[in-house]
Structures are given as C-alpha cells and as structure tokens.
Design a protein around this ligand. Structure first.
Ligand code: SAM
Ligand code: FES
Length: 348
C-alpha cells in the first residue's frame, strides 16, 4: 500500500507535505487505493447503509451576495419564491410517507422568515414528526437564535465554512461577510449541541492546493459530525460565470481523504457531484461517502433554487427521486435505509 495512505489511515491525519503530495499526484491508481481504504473504514461504522435526507429548499431569497452563488441578491434575473409554512409541512408529510426520517430545511438568508416564525415552524414539525431529525441550513445567526432553534427541536445545522483562508474568503464574498463570523457560528452551534456540518466547494474560484490543505486542517480541528463537499459549478448570472467547474476526480479524492481523517463523519454524495457526472453520486459513495440528499421541494419551484447551472433532478417528483436513488445505490451494492441516520452515539 502507498505509505502516505497507510499513514493517513493510521493517524487519521497527515502533515501538510503529505497532503500536498496526495493532492498533486491524483492518479486513477491513487484514487482507487484511497477509495478502497475509505470504503472499508466507512463500512466498519455504517455497513452498506446509505442514509437519506429529504431536502426542502424553502426560499431562494437571499440578503447575501456571495460571488459564486446563483441566488445571490444581485442576480436580478433569478425568479424568487418562498414556500408557505403549509407548503413546507406538506413537503414533510410527503417525505415522511416516502420513508424519510430527516428533513433538511435549506434556504437563502431570507429575513422574511423571522426567528419567531422559524421557531414556530420547527416546533410544528417536531410535534408532528417526533421520530424525525430536523436539520437547518439557513446561514449565519446569533448564538441566541441558534439556541432558540435548538430548543424548538432542531437537531442539526449545516453551514459550510467555504474556505478557511482569509484571503481566499475575500475573493469569494463581499466585505459584509467575514470568515471570523462564519467560524463563530460553527463554534456556537457546536457548543449548543447541534450535530454540525461544514465543508467547502472543490475547485472554487481562486482555490489553491494550500487553501485545500487549510480546509482539511480546519475540518479536522472542528471535528464536525457532517462534512459537505461538492464541486464548484459556475452559474451564468454570477461574476464567476467563466470559471471552470471543480472536477469529479478531485472531489472523489477529497471525499476519501476526509473519510480517512474523520472515520465516523456523515458525508453526502452531493447533488453537485451528480450534476458534473451522471454517476457522480454513485462514485461519491464508492469513494467513502454515506449520505444522499434527494429533493422534497415542490417541482414547481425546483428550477428556481438554482445555485449553479444545469442542476439535476429539477423535474422529478420526490417519489421518483427516491426510487431512482434507491436503484442507483442498489446497483453499487448499497442500501438506502429509512432511519434518522444520526452520527454514532448522538440522537439529539
Ligand atoms: N444560505 C445557506 C448557507 O449559506 O449556508 C444555505 C444555502 S447555500 C446556497 C448552500 C451551499 O451551496 C453553500 O454553502 C455553497 O457551498 C453551495 N453553493 C453555492 N453556490 C454554488 C456553486 N456555484 N457551485 C456549487 N455549490 C454552490
Ligand atoms: Fe432525482 Fe435521480 S435522484 S431523479
């Protein structure tokens, strides 16, 4: 076995020079070896189970202006929508009947959904579906607000750090956003007791190998329960419309490295990965991921939640997506399971 991979598996970490070597020698052979080790490690904790999360993209209004994102506030051409509470609850009902036991409420940072409204909605979902996990992905808030969401019954929170390097962060976001606040949010979420997810886009504009090494070190130190990485894909109505997308190969290499660094983490094979390659999600699972996140949003609004170009699954009903993903996982020897899919030993 490659000595560096051996070391990575043993120490669940690597010095920067070794990580740099892996990132700069990303051959098919190396990826296969890493993926095989990563799969073995994942199977130890999760067997051949793949956890599912029902993703509800409930608003594409956003007060932020991240340069890479299709729903940034400056995109005048975006067709904006907000689901009503009744519509969101209807998505949960459909999802529950299909077997989902985790709902992910994701959206732009939309001030129309006040903290009180969110608390109210979380309480309703919690009451109606006591056996389900509620995951939020709605951006940066104060510690008090996060605390209120947790108390209302939310269990998990996804907030990618996007990049752990200050200079790189400035190239991706306008001045009003700061890496320091992003990190503060992640720290608060952890302290409150959320299962926390962070991550970054692979091949994001101006990203260097050194940036990725910093990202890996940041993630290792944070020790999150969930890690979301997917390729950057340009959106035609953003300043970075002409930047090349991140590659399948680099994303798969990083999924395997992260699996070996954080053996128990919940790692999704993302929709972005499925967008750059028709079998991207299958390859993601085979590289060590163990989660998929099919869409539960009403088909009428799917196309409008357009973070990047050519996003897949915008025309399929939730039930079709579930059947499709089930088949895709079966075809590679994995099984979609109907449970909350918590981090080991964490049920709150
Ligand atoms: N507003 C919330 C937040 O900022 O965490 C959740 C929604 S945000 C659109 C979800 C994630 O989409 C971001 O963390 C970012 O990494 C990803 N994303 C945005 N634009 C993207 C692009 N062009 N390609 C790939 N991923 C993208
Ligand atoms: Fe949506 Fe396959 S997951 S169509």
């Amino acid at each position: 076995m490659n000595k560096i991979i051996e070391k990575l598996e043993e120490q669940q970490n690597l010095e920067s020079d070794d990580l740099k070597w892996l990132l700069e020698n990303n051959t098919e052979e190396l990826r296969q070896e890493l993926a095989q080790r990563a799969r073995q490690v994942s199977t130890k904790t999760y067997s051949n189970d793949v956890y599912t999360r029902g993703l509800i993209e409930f608003t594409n209004y956003c007060k932020n202006d991240c340069y890479y994102c299709g729903i940034r506030r400056s995109n005048q051409e975006a067709h904006r929508y907000r689901l009503t509470e009744t519509e969101i609850l209807a998505c949960c009902k459909i999802g529950y009947e299909l077997g989902f036991r985790t709902f992910v409420l994701q959206g732009g940072e939309d001030p129309e959904f006040t903290d009180d409204q969110m608390v109210d909605m979380i309480q309703k979902i919690r009451k109606e579906y006591p056996d389900c996990a509620i995951t939020l992905s709605i951006g940066e808030k104060s510690k008090e607000t996060y605390q209120a969401f947790f108390k209302a019954g939310a269990n998990r929170y996804l907030l990618r750090h996007e990049t752990a390097n200050e200079e790189h962060y400035r190239k991706l976001h306008p001045k009003e956003l700061s890496l320091a606040n992003r990190k503060r949010c992640l720290k608060d979420l952890k302290e409150i007791g959320f299962q926390v997810g962070t991550g970054f886009m692979v091949g994001s504009p101006h990203q260097t190998v050194e940036n990725i090494i910093e990202d890996l070190a940041f993630i290792k130190a944070l020790d999150p329960e969930m890690i979301g990485i997917g390729p950057f894909i340009p959106h035609q109505q953003t300043p970075y419309k002409d930047v090349k997308p991140g590659t399948l190969e680099e994303t798969l290499l990083l999924i395997s490295i992260l699996r070996l660094m954080l053996p128990k983490a919940l790692i999704p094979a993302t929709t972005a990965l499925g967008t750059i390659n028709p079998q991207g999600r299958e390859f993601g699972i085979l590289a060590g991921a163990n989660v998929v996140m099919p869409n539960l949003s009403p088909v009428a609004v799917r196309k409008d939640y357009s973070l990047y170009d050519n996003k897949i699954c915008t025309g399929d009903e939730a039930a079709e997506c579930r059947v499709c993903l089930s088949g895709r996982m079966k075809s590679i020897g994995y099984e979609i399971v109907n449970n909350r899919g918590d981090y080991p030993n964490k049920t709150e």
